[in-house]
Design a protein around this ligand. Structure first.
Ligand code: GRG
Length: 349
């Protein structure tokens, strides 16, 4: 039985960027958990480097540009921690951890093109640097390389989970596109999108580890639940940071969501709680995507308590993740999963 964290404890601030390596956190407890998988992460980096090879130089150039740019490697870390918690030591975990990082990177390449983003992880996006065609096509390369690697495992369930996850991710993005500039979007519609576009890959990462470990169905489900709740909390905090973060620390522009017409939870809650005048302003900026009034929007979001309420929604998801992780065998890896869920709420990047 775990006695690990429940929310409300104080943890040090969140992830910081490290070049091409494991996510690093400042909380001693989380750092200790991540130290458990530090060597595994080096193996994953080796697989990534090997499987990025292509006879077409531009593929390696663009792929390395984004993959080595200091991402947190959160999805591989999740897969490795769950593998550890379930006692799976086989080499397939390195391959699948690389697969989920490749899929994640492919989605980032495509997403930055769709969103016309210019800044990610503190530097020019690949589309800004190499152009849209190179970004889309190298995204396709990474995505299809991931599928070659997963077929190598010869495990039909693994293939099913990844095929389903990538399909749901793409569907979530299309749904998000349909929801843009829609001032009537509610929390349920928002949650549906983020479960698909972000949480699904976290869910798949955790579930894959359970499959590799040959876990019983209820443990596999607990892992999937953990991944889904963790991924949902992660995206909700991401959406808070778009209004409340430090652009320098985050390495991307604030107010991007508003500019792109993305209606996220802080805006949804502010719309619900605002007075008629505030509602009218918010409706106008959502429908036009104008950021001229960003300071007023941020002021309304703060005044209505929407940021706190959004953080509370993330905390609810993090607690669900903790509840799910407590169903796993109690060991240092499972403890790491508990710490990760609690720590996530403090992330600044
Ligand atoms: C290629 C399968 C496929 C689908 C294309 C564009 C698209 C469909 C999906 C995009 C989904 C997406 C980008 C969701 C956002 C997820 C998110 C919050 C990413 C940021 O993750 P971090 O912070 O990134 O882990 P780092 O920089 O740490 O790697």
């Amino acid at each position: 039985m775990h006695t690990g964290p429940a929310l409300g404890h104080s943890y040090n601030p969140g992830f910081c960027h490290q070049p091409a390596t494991i996510l690093a956190v400042q909380s001693p407890s989380t750092a200790a958990a991540l130290a458990l998988i530090a060597e595994d992460m080096q193996e994953v980096d080796k697989v990534i480097a090997t499987r990025l090879q292509s006879s077409v130089p531009l593929v390696g150039q663009v792929a390395r540009y984004i993959i080595s740019a200091g991402g947190k490697r959160l999805r591989p870390a999740l897969l490795l921690l769950v593998s550890g918690a379930l006692g799976y030591q086989g080499a397939q975990r390195f391959k699948l951890a690389a697969v989920v990082e490749f899929i994640h990177t492919a989605t980032l390449l495509h997403d930055d093109v769709v969103d016309e983003s210019t800044l990610r992880r503190g530097r020019a996006t690949a589309n800004e640097n190499f152009g849209n065609p190179a970004s889309v096509l190298v995204g396709d390369f990474l995505y299809s390389r991931a599928f070659q690697m997963m077929v190598d495992t010869g495990n039909m369930r693994v293939m099913q989970v990844l095929a389903d996850a990538t399909n749901v991710i793409a569907e979530g993005e299309v749904q998000q596109l349909m929801n843009t500039h829609d001032a009537s979007l509610d929390e349920a519609g928002y949650l549906e999108v983020i479960r698909s576009k972000t949480a699904k890959l976290f869910e798949a990462s955790a579930r894959l580890a359970a499959l590799l470990a040959g876990s019983h169905a209820d443990i596999e489900q607990a892992c999937a639940d953990y991944g889904q709740a963790l991924g949902t909390a992660f995206q909700v905090i991401d959406d808070v940071l778009d209004y409340d973060g430090d652009a320098g620390e985050m390495g991307k522009n604030l107010g991007d969501d508003l500019r792109e017409g993305k209606v996220t939870l802080p805006l949804i809650i502010a719309m619900q709680r605002g007075n008629p005048e505030q509602q009218q302003l918010l409706r106008r900026v959502i429908e036009t995507g104008s950021t001229d009034e960003l300071p007023n929007v941020v002021a309304i979001i703060r005044e209505t308590g929407a940021l706190d309420a959004t953080r509370q929604a993330a905390a609810t998801q993090a607690q669900l993740a903790i509840d799910a992780a407590r169903k796993l065998p109690a060991n240092s890896y499972a403890e790491g999963l508990l710490q990760l869920a609690a720590q996530l709420l403090e992330r600044r990047t």
